[in-house]
Design a protein around this ligand. Structure first.
Ligand SMILES: [Zn+2]
Length: 121
């Protein structure tokens, strides 16, 4: 097994093809359309939140090695939409249970992000 750092070559609109280190946690860039280098993001696989078979959200790590704003450099990205849901008590307990389980996955993601940023536990 190679000990060389993994790299990825991606097309950009403003800098042509660029070859950069690829974090082990990145899901890859196959089929990703070219954009500006400053908008390039490494993305981890998404941790989906689903309830009753419908995806209501997802969370994952993102890293913009050329981001113009430091706040976008390495963080977690989260989308969660629960609206217009009408539930009886059983359904509400089910949703609460699903959210409980998802918060555990978010804590795991926070641990990964913390480690990625060099923090210890
Ligand atoms: Zn990547």
């Amino acid at each position: 097994m190679s000990t060389e750092p993994r790299t990825v070559t991606v097309p950009t609109l403003d800098h042509g093809e660029i070859t950069i280190p690829e974090p082990a946690w990145c899901a890859g860039h196959e089929g990703q359309p070219a954009g500006c280098r400053s908008d390039f993001l490494h993305r981890s696989p998404a941790r989906a939140f689903a309830f009753r078979g419908k995806q209501l959200g997802a969370a994952g790590l993102v890293q913009g090695p050329f981001a113009e704003h430091a706040s976008r450099l390495t963080e977690a990205h989260l989308t969660l939409i629960i609206e217009g849901v009408t539930l009886n008590p059983v359904g509400l307990y089910d949703l609460a249970g699903a959210l409980d389980r998802y918060t555990d996955r978010l804590r795991d993601l926070a641990d990964e992000l913390h480690a990625l940023l060099g923090g210890g536990r």
